[in-house]
Design a protein around this ligand. Structure first.
Ligand SMILES: Cc1cc2nc3c(=O)[nH]c(=O)nc-3n(C[C@H](O)[C@H](O)[C@H](O)COP(=O)(O)O)c2cc1C
Length: 214
């Protein structure tokens, strides 16, 4: 990591570029080209530099790149998508690209299920934040590291509606919590740009809730 010096403009530009152009990529993917395991592991090595409460490193990454487990998880994802779509008919429901991803999920080269050893405490916000805060930053780092290598993905959670069935289908033992599922593939023609988002001034308060910077 000594190629970059802190604060060097090219370093800042590279980090900002990666962080602002890591988008959901659901269609413009190369559905045929395998993503080498070595490359996925290299990205996981980057991801596990994320913060981890009490240094526990409870994250676990279950990578599906074989047809059968991918098909099993995809079936659960599709069932969850159908339920979600039925509950929100019309414009409020899933976009065509999200439905398209569900339909073709099993065809993607790899599905990465980010898990954590342990379970969140139901009655303590502090403990829940610590639990998920010890795994989701690594999942996001993983997406960014993949993106920097030309691999696109989407942050998905739909299959969790059927988390128990996913656990039995994939041999995930009790006491392990599933979090996001990242379906990934090499990008093919995706043009990733920063999204239109409300600026910092509209979502930031100073010293007191609701107070803008004067
Ligand atoms: C908590 C969370 C859950 C999400 N679940 C899904 C999902 O199950 N399926 C999906 O296609 N996209 C899912 N998304 C992706 C969002 O739809 C996407 O991030 C959003 O539309 C913004 O687009 P962008 O990622 O390109 O910025 C999820 C995103 C978040 C943060």
């Amino acid at each position: 990591m000594d190629d970059f010096d802190d604060g060097e403009p090219s370093f800042v530009r590279a980090v900002d570029w990666a962080l602002t152009t890591t988008r959901s990529v659901r269609r413009k993917l190369d559905w045929e080209r395998p993503v080498p395991r070595q490359l996925i592991e290299a990205c996981i090595d980057v991801a596990v530099q994320a913060p981890t409460g009490a240094n526990r490193e409870a994250w676990r990454f279950l990578v599906l790149d074989a047809p059968e487990p991918k098909a099993r998880l995809a079936a659960l994802y599709q069932r969850a998508m159908a339920r979600y779509a039925a509950a929100r008919p019309g414009d409020d429901g899933p976009k065509p690209t999200a439905r398209g991803l569900a339909d073709r999920l099993a065809e993607l080269p790899a599905l990465i299920l980010v898990c954590s050893e342990g379970e969140p405490f139901e009655d303590s916000n502090a403990m829940r934040v610590a639990f998920y805060g010890s795994v989701l930053p690594a999942a996001w780092s993983l997406m960014v590291a993949l993106r920097a290598r030309g691999i696109g993905g989407t942050w998905t959670t739909l299959h969790l509606v059927h988390e128990d069935e996913a656990a039995s289908a994939l041999g995930i033992p009790p006491g392990v919590t599933q979090t996001v599922l990242l379906p990934i593939g090499f990008m093919a023609g995706a043009r990733l740009r920063p999204a239109a988002r409300r600026p910092a001034r509209e979502v930031t308060y100073w010293n007191r809730w609701g107070a803008a910077d004067d």
